[in-house]
Each structure stands twice: as structure tokens, then as C-alpha cells.
Ligand binder design. Structure first.
Ligand code: ME8
Length: 651
């Protein structure tokens, strides 16, 4: 049996999984199902990328040690994949000591082959991407995420591999796909490759280098090796056999932003280590939500489980693989998802399955009749065309086109039923009516059976239900796509009891429910990540003062009568505050980034009433509003309950 080994990226565990991660993992799961249904011994590896500064920082922010934190988030990823019914065979955490064995082994091989040297390096470092970036990239990035780092690093001689990499892309045009990504990678390699820093001495949360334990591996050298460590590379015991059986990997499925790491750095590391190269790197596009790539830092995130609650895993899988051309970017929308679900699953295959089985119950005693000699409406010929078409598209990961091929058959079947009107034939006494009735029902059920097998990789739950409705035994997933032929449905098979495979949705309500569940999931995630950021214990080290010094400050309760933002200032709000004097004071406060003017109206605030008037942005402030903040943090206004007398003095 041919083997097929496939990977998803290993996801950073600095936050809970979102639908972008689910997208890749669903696509990979679909590919694995297709390969199994084509007779391959197919395996999928995934995992969690746990080292590096980004994860370490998130752990600290949650008040946890990195290991505790990554235990939690890595488990959340696994639970998510299990809940979505995604069938991975290997899950490797980079914090697993078995993974370190593989990383060290590859490093030692590269070292022995002269591909590694030590040098000092200063450069701009992107904290979000965990990578040194060019000056140009640094300028374009969010300044908060860029720092300058000087370090003694171990370097990988990437520049030595430029020619061999170019030859690889040229001699194996399929090595990077789709074509646009291949061109991008080729252009990158042709532009010249710089040596790559592969260690950090400033980091602790990582795998120490075997020859210099003050350094830990840079996350990408560490992370990429997971594809080998998960199948036992580096271990001495019998698990090695998985590696021997499965390596080299057939496909690395990745998002397009990490194609360079997989298609340039990774093969170069393997060349230097004298190990077999992957056969293909396949990079898909991004899910776009609210105008941008979904990202943890931007917060424009959608999660998969709230969607699953409403449309099931099939609804989610179908939408992602049908609506978005695999390889290109695509917009995500809850509404489009619900509309698709109704049109194609509930009203499409679901309705066809329940109609067909109910007619079989009514007119044929719940059994499949023989094919008979009635008109077949061209369904057998159409099926013979759609089967290889769907398979070819699946093999190229053109999921939406494979699904279209299956839907061509379903749509034609719907029409065929309407054309022949079994409900009329059943009552007709005309000669030949019964024969046509039986042929119509046989052909419809057979077309449905074929579509069901073709669709099983994408909508496994519904396909299994339809399979059973048609009285078929075992698992539809155990069928072979490549031996699927018209006529496989046996006469006399007893069909199952009617049941809605995909209940129809009220689109508006479904969207509302998905959004409400999303909000709940967000709250849950906040708990997962720890609500209160941890920090160093605070030192209150301001010099002591006498009570008389304090008495000099006149702080009073004021009532905010009006508030407006100061033009051209990001921070300032101008307030009219009643202190119980003959007229309100005009006071400027730097709180516009934390409070909307309308939220300030009617608040009782603390005002330093005897502060010398100050001028800001051309306006005079007659006092100061008291707010609390940690250094650099958001201001929080001091306030008083309703009923506190206006003008009352604090002391
Ligand atoms: O990059 N649309 O991890 P990561 C589509 N740890 N796919 C998306 C997506 C979106 N909006 N957002 C994320 C890392 N993905 C490294 C990988 S591999 C040795 C190390 C998917 O958590 C897509 O597959 O940032 C993307 O490449 C991956 O998640 C990035 O996950």
C-alpha cells in the first residue's frame, strides 16, 4: 500500500485556536481522507509550537510558567481538533523531550558537515514573527513589535545552498505550489540568500544547543524539525520505524505567510544534514475577516466551535472548502456560511436524501428496486464523468471544484426526479409507469450513493448518514473513490428510516446564535489565558511627606456637566466640571483613549482644585482630574457614588 504523509504547521500556543488554524487542519484532514479513500496508507501530523519569546510573554501575562501555560493551550488545540472530528495521527509538542532529541541530532549533523558557525549579529527583530527582519520590513511593521537585538549567534550557511535550492525548484516544479508561491520562492532564492541565525542566547525558554547550552535554538530550526520528531526521528527505540516508513513527507500544508520557512530554510537544513527532502510544500491563502487576515494580535478572530454548534462540523468544512478557492484568500462571513449550508446541504443533498428514501418507503416497500429499463436521464453517463473529475480535483487540492463535480450530479438528479414525477407515476395505471417509477428511484438513489462517496472526505458526518439511509453497511469512508462505478447499489437493499441529515436553518437566527456563542468563547478564552496580567511586585518608593504637605492639595468632588474631545489631540478631553462654585470649571484630561466623552457625563470625579491653571493645546485647564494608572497603562478615573455632595473635600 503506498504511504502518504502530510503535515499542518505546528501552531503557536500563545493563544487559543481560531478558525484560521482550523482551516488548515480541516483541509489536511480532508486530504488525508481522500488519500485513504484512494488506497493510500495516509498519516497526518500536527502539533504545537511552544518555544520562543512570544509564547513566553503570553505565559507571563497569564501569570503562569511557560510549561504550565503551554500545557493548557496545547491541550486546548488538541481538544478543538477532537471536537471537530479531525483525524490526526501524530501530535508533537516542541516541549516534548523526544522532540529535542531530533532537533539536536539534525543540528549535530549540520555542524559536522560544516554548515554552522558562530558570529555576532545585530539586527531588527520582529517579536510577533519571532524573526530578524530587514530594515525595510521593520519600517513597515508595527513599531511596538520591533526591537534591535545584538547577539552572539550560531549561524546556518544558507548562502551555500542558494544554487542547490534553485535547482530543486527548477527540477521539481511541484516542490512549491501553487504556482504563485513557487514564483515567489524562486524569486526570493534568486535574489540571494543570507546566512541565518539559528540560536538565541537571550532566551531561556527553548532547547539548549548540545555544544553550547547557553544558547537555545531559534524557534524555526526547532519548530520545523517537528515533522520528523513526531514520527520518531532522533529516538533510538522502535518508534524509529514510523520515521523510516513515512519520511520523506509528501506534503507540508501551510499558510502562505510561512512558505519561505518551509520551502527555503527547511530543505536547506535537510540538505546540510544529508537527509531526504520533503516532496512538496503547498501554501494556501488567508481567511479574511473584517477586512484583514484573521490574527491573534489584531483580535479580528472567529472561532470554529461556536460555528460547529450551529451547523455541525460538516457545515463548517463544506463552507470553507467550497466557498474559498484553495490557494487564494477568501472572506469569512457567518451569514454566507449559513446561506451556503441551507442552499447546498439542507436543501441540496439533505433534501434529496430524504425525498428519495421517503419515496422508496412509500412506493417500493422501503427497498431499492432494480435499475430496470426506464429512462435514466443520462445519470449513469454523468456519474462516469463526475467521478474521475472529482478525484482529479481532489488530488490537486482543488476542493471547490471537486465539490462542484459532485453537485453537478446531485443537481441533475433533482431535475431528473422532477421530470419523471414518481408521485404521478405511482398512481398511473399506464403501461410502463411502474417500470419508470422503479428506474427513477433506483437511478436517483444510485446517483446519491455515488455523490455520497465522493463527498465523504469533505462532509464525513452527513455522508455517513446518507450512506446508512441508503441501506449501505459499514463506513462510507472505507469505500474506494477510484473503484466507484455506476450500478453498485444492490436491488432489494432495505433503506433506512427517514431523518433530516441537515436540518434547515433560519439564517438570521443561526447567525445571531453563532455570534452569541462566539462572545461566550471569547470570555472562555480570557479565562484560559489568565485574566489578570501578572507583573513584578510594585515598589511604592516616593519620599514621605508631612500631613501639612498633603493638606496643601485641595481635592474635591466634581460633577461632569459636559465633555468633548480636543481637536487634533489623541488624548485630551475638555470637561466642564461643577465643583459647587458659582460657575463650572473648564478642565482638560488626557483620557480620550480610555473614555468616550458621552461616558463621562454625569460622573462624580476627583478634581485637584487648587492646581495653578495650565495651558494645553491652546486651552486653559483650571484644575486636574485624578486618575489611577500603572506606568504606561490606561488611566482609570477616581469616582464617587451618586449622592456624594458636589464640592466635598477629600482628606
Ligand atoms: O506560524 N487564514 O504558527 P501560527 C488562513 N508556529 N490560515 C491561517 C490564518 C488565516 N487567517 N491564521 C492562521 C506559526 N492560519 C508557526 C508555524 S511550522 C513548523 C511553525 C493557519 O500559530 C495557517 O496554516 O501563527 C498558518 O500558516 C498557520 O495557521 C500559522 O499558525
Amino acid at each position: 500500500m503506498p504511504k502518504f504523509y502530510l503535515s499542518t504547521p505546528i501552531y503557536y500556543v500563545n493563544a487559543a485556536p481560531h478558525i484560521g488554524h482550523a482551516y488548515t487542519t480541516i483541509a489536511a484532514d480532508t486530504i488525508k481522507r481522500v488519500r485513504r479513500m484512494l488506497g493510500d496508507d495516509a498519516y497526518l501530523t500536527t502539533g504545537s509550537d511552544e518555544h520562543g519569546q512570544k509564547v513566553e510573554r503570553s505565559a507571563r501575562a497569564a501569570g503562569l510558567e511557560p510549561k504550565q501555560f503551554t500545557d493548557r493551550i496545547s491541550a486546548a488545540f488538541r481538544e478543538e481538533w477532537d471536537e471537530l472530528g479531525l483525524e490526526y495521527d501524530f501530535f508533537r509538542r516542541t516541549s516534548d523531550p523526544r522532540h529535542a532529541l531530533a532537533v539536536r541530532k539534525i543540528f549535530e549533523r549540520c555542524l559536522a558537515n560544516g554548515a554552522i558557525y558562530k558570529d555576532s549579529y545585530t539586527g531588527k527583530y520582529h517579536l510577533g514573527d519571532e524573526a530578524f527582519v530587514t530594515e525595510d520590513e521593520a519600517r513597515r511593521a508595527d513599531p511596538e513589535l520591533i526591537t534591535t537585538v545584538t547577539e552572539e549567534n550560531y549561524f546556518f550557511r544558507l548562502s551555500d545552498y542558494q544554487q542547490r535550492l534553485i535547482e530543486l525548484y527548477e527540477s521539481q516544479p511541484d516542490f512549491v505550489q501553487p504556482e504563485a508561491r513557487r514564483n515567489e520562492v524562486l524569486a526570493f532564492a534568486r535574489a540571494g540568500l543570507k546566512d541565518l541565525s539559528i540560536s538565541r542566547s537571550s532566551l531561556r525558554w527553548g532547547i539548549p544547543l548540545p555544544n553550547d547550552p547557553d544558547h537555545v535554538f531559534y524557534v524555526w530550526f526547532d519548530a520545523l524539525t517537528t515533522y520528523m520528531s513526531s514520527i520518531g526521528y532522533g529516538e533510538e527505540d522502535a518508534k524509529q520505524t514510523d520515521y523510516e516508513r513515512l519520511w520523506p513527507i509528501d506534503v507540508h500544508l501551510v499558510g502562505k505567510e510561512i512558505v519561505r520557512f518551509h520551502a527555503v530554510y527547511w530543505p536547506a537544513f535537510l540538505m546540510a544534514a544529508g537527509l531526504p527532502l520533503p516532496k512538496q510544500v503547498w501554501a494556501h491563502g488567508w481567511l479574511i475577516f473584517q477586512g484583514g487576515k484573521m490574527s491573534k494580535t489584531k483580535g479580528n478572530i472567529v472561532r470554529a466551535l461556536p460555528i460547529k454548534e450551529v451547523v455541525g462540523t460538516d457545515g463548517l468544512r463544506y463552507y470553507l472548502l467550497r466557498e474559498i478557492v484553495f490557494g487564494q484568500d477568501g472572506n469569512f462571513s457567518h451569514e454566507a456560511l449559513a446561506v451556503r449550508y441551507n442552499a447546498d446541504l439542507a436543501n441540496g443533498i439533505g433534501n434529496l436524501a430524504s425525498r428519495t428514501t421517503s419515496m422508496l418507503s412509500r412506493y417500493c416497500d422501503g427497498r431499492i428496486p432494480s435499475q430496470g429499463s426506464g429512462q435514466s436521464g443520462g445519470l449513469p453517463e454523468l456519474a462516469a464523468k463526475c467521478i474521475p473529475e472529482a478525484i482529479q480535483h481532489y488530488e490537486k487540492f482543488a476542493f471547490s471544484r471537486a465539490l462542484e463535480a459532485a453537485w453537478t450530479l446531485l443537481a441533475r438528479t433533482d431535475k431528473y426526479i422532477v421530470e419523471h414525477r414518481p408521485w404521478v407515476l405511482a398512481k398511473s395505471g399506464e403501461p410502463g409507469a411502474r417500470a419508470q417509477l422503479e428506474s427513477t428511484l433506483y437511478n436517483s438513489a444510485e446517483a446519491l450513493r455515488i455523490a455520497c462517496v465522493l463527498l465523504a472526505p469533505v462532509i464525513p458526518d452527513g455522508a455517513q448518514k446518507v450512506w446508512q439511509l441508503l441501506g449501505q453497511e459499514g463506513k462510507v469512508a472505507a469505500q474506494r473513490l477510484d473503484s466507484l462505478r455506476w450500478g453498485g447499489l444492490g436491488a432489494n437493499t432495505v433503506v433506512g428510516k427517514q431523518a433530516a441529515v441537515y436540518p434547515r436553518l433560519d439564517v438570521g437566527k443561526a447567525v445571531e446564535r453563532m455570534e452569541a456563542l462566539e462572545a461566550e468563547a471569547l470570555a472562555q478564552q480570557a479565562r484560559l489565558l489568565g485574566k489578570e496580567p501578572s507583573r513584578e511586585p510594585l515598589e511604592v518608593d516616593t519620599p514621605e511627606i508631612e500631613i501639612g504637605d498633603f493638606a496643601k492639595v485641595d481635592i474635591r468632588v466634581g460633577l461632569v456637566l459636559s465633555a468633548e474631545r480636543v481637536e487634533n489631540s489623541k488624548k485630551l478631553v475638555q470637561l466642564q466640571v461643577d465643583l459647587g462654585e458659582h460657575k463650572p470649571r473648564s478642565i482638560l484630561a488626557g483620557i480620550a483613549e480610555s473614555y468616550r466623552p458621552e461616558d463621562l457625563l454625569g460622573r462624580r470625579v476627583a478634581v485637584v482644585a487648587n492646581l495653578k491653571p495650565r495651558k494645553m493645546m491652546g486651552r486653559v485647564s483650571q484644575g486636574m482630574i485624578v486618575a489611577a494608572s500603572l506606568e504606561g497603562g490606561d488611566p482609570h478615573l477616581a469616582g464617587f457614588p451618586d449622592g456624594t455632595p458636589i464640592g466635598a473635600r477629600l482628606g
